[in-house]
Ligand binder design. Structure first.
Ligand code: MN
Length: 228
């Protein structure tokens, strides 16, 4: 039994649907520009270039259903995304074996301080200040793949105050879930507890305090997150 010199930080735990156990989070990987229509709206070529990833912190994931408007930004955007939770990992995982490592799926939001991200892009600097801030990843409960199957198609939408803002289909991902897992595993050692946020369809935009964001992915239901 290890003694720690300070209180041990809590393990981030995401509730699992139909269980009283939770999914513990180790790392959070996020893919950029994974739907062609979103790549175009962000001013980029939608051609299939190699994927790129950034990371959020495990404790940026937040299951409360509330999103506190973060400081130092006046242009905070929603990005609805399917999150993929891994139950195992490794390196150099073949595409055809990748889904064997998936525990389940969850609704999530990659909340972004777009103005700060834009400044960092312009200067060629890392994006963390725009992406990895407190409670920047609202997330719903995990739906085990053993219950819902593997999600490779179906609508993904986000409404703000009841108005449809983002609409896509999981089958529009440029890099499919097994390809993302395989690619990441060539550069990182993936492991149980890793979460992959799989990118957002087009229609991203700003929110304000008081707004209600309702995300829905076919097969795993919906979740509402209120901006406070
Ligand atoms: Mn994103």
């Amino acid at each position: 039994m290890t003694n720690f010199v300070i209180a041990k930080p809590p393990v981030v735990a995401i509730p699992v649907v139909g269980s009283d156990a939770s999914f513990p989070v180790r790392r959070v990987y996020c893919i950029g520009r994974n739907y062609a229509a979103h790549a175009i709206e962000m001013g980029h070529d939608p051609d299939r270039e190699p994927p790129f990833f950034f990371q959020k912190n495990p404790n940026n994931l937040d299951t409360s259903g509330e999103f506190p408007y973060p400081p130092h930004s006046s242009d905070v955007h929603f990005e609805v995304e399917l999150s993929v939770m891994l139950k195992s990992g490794g390196t150099n995982i073949p595409i055809e074996e990748a889904l064997d490592h998936v525990y389940g799926y969850a609704l999530s939001l990659d909340m972004t301080r777009r103005d700060l991200q834009g400044e960092m892009k312009k200067m060629g600097r890392p994006w963390e200040i725009g992406k990895a801030f407190e409670r920047s990843a609202p997330v719903g409960p995990v739906h085990p793949a053993s219950e819902v199957g593997h999600l490779d198609h179906g609508s993904i939408t986000l409404k703000v105050n009841g108005e449809l803002r983002q609409e896509g289909d999981l089958n529009q991902m440029i890099w499919k879930v097994p390809e993302m897992i395989s690619y990441l595993s060539e550069y990182f050692e993936l492991a149980a507890g890793d979460v992959i946020m799989s990118g957002t369809p087009s229609g991203v935009g700003p929110i304000a305090k008081g707004d209600s964001m309702e995300m829905e992915v076919e097969g795993i239901g919906s979740m509402t997150v209120v901006v406070i």
